[in-house]
Design a protein around this ligand. Sequence first.
Ligand code: CO
Length: 427
Amino acid sequence: MKKRKLQNELQALFQFIDNSPTAYHATANLEKMLDDAGYVRLEEKEKWGIWPGGKYYVNRNGSAVIAFAIPEKKPRGFHMTAAHSDSPCFKLKEAAEVVANDCYVKLNVEKYGGMILSTWLDRPLSIAGRLVFRGKQGLESRLVNLEKDAAIIPNVAIHMNRDMNKGVEYNPQTDMEAVIGGADASGAWLRELAKQAGVADCEILGADLFLYNRDKCRIIGIDDAFIAGPRLDDLECAFAGMTALIKEMPEEYVNVCAVFDNEEVGSGTKQGADSTFLKDVLERICGGLGIDAEEYRCMLAESFLISADNAHALHPNHPEKADAANRPLMNNGIVIKYHGSQRYATDALSAAVMKDICMQAGVLYQAYANRSDIAGGSTLGNISTAQVSVSTVDIGLAQLAMHSAFETAGAADVGYLIQALCAFYHA
Ligand code: CO
């Protein structure tokens, strides 16, 4: 029975990730989950009607979404989780096509985020994103996805570079152009994408298009201990946050799940964690419920944010990269992230709150800290609290090969995170 439940959760996660090649698709799929659960869509440009007991969501830029559920009685504060919808990948440049040597059509791309470049070589790739064109109602945006093994970034043969296995430096301009066909293929990819949007390619006025890895998520290991797939960072946490929000009814707090875009490039966009998106939503919730500015600030002081973004597991071949004692393992539960310079927002109090939640949920927790001589990454927690200052803990699920085109994580952990976040939202 337990194994069956695990399988169901993983199947739902795999389906979500496989169908979410870009942040736009991830957001649309999260919204589909919310629609199916009876959440009401609100538009930022319209006045909101908000009622006790209601469930709502609001989208910004098509790539970030904040969902919230309001209790029947007057809320004491906000119980919030945050994750991100974007993952490192290649973005197609505005003029994206290059014809090379009269025999290849290639895609001119640039890096989006800090990816492991080598992992994008020699694997089937495709194109997805959004197209903007003038429709009957003015400018319209449409999601597109080639859904075909359409492109590849080939390595140089070892015969042409005998030093290949001594480490290769990849130039993102010259080494990473993806071949998308022979000389006659010019324009075919754009015509196909435009057709999906129901327009001709010459009618496209704007495009946010990305290369994505065509590999699908799967279970790995003779004992089924691991999962592997693209974009586990951070679609695992986005999926877990939204799943938990939908499962629980709020009692004393407004439950909020925020999935921001652009974490991989510093969060500094209108739909990123360093924007007013969350603040705007919380203020409008209060406005709609007749809660004044003074009470709103009292509520913030009673609020808590769980910022969920994946963490580094102990590497099987490189244990020396991990801290001496704070080295998480896959399938060992929620990772609480600590950082002396507060790039993770966790402190003693917020860690204690998180541990308490895990204990209530019957879920294991563990600690992550960088080696003191490694800078490490950053995440959402301390960026988001600069906009909405509440007690915050940074957590994640242990994974390997973060920012690879194909990452590995523990098969049991997403279930643990859903369980822990359900306990949090249930309070
Ligand atoms: Co991340």
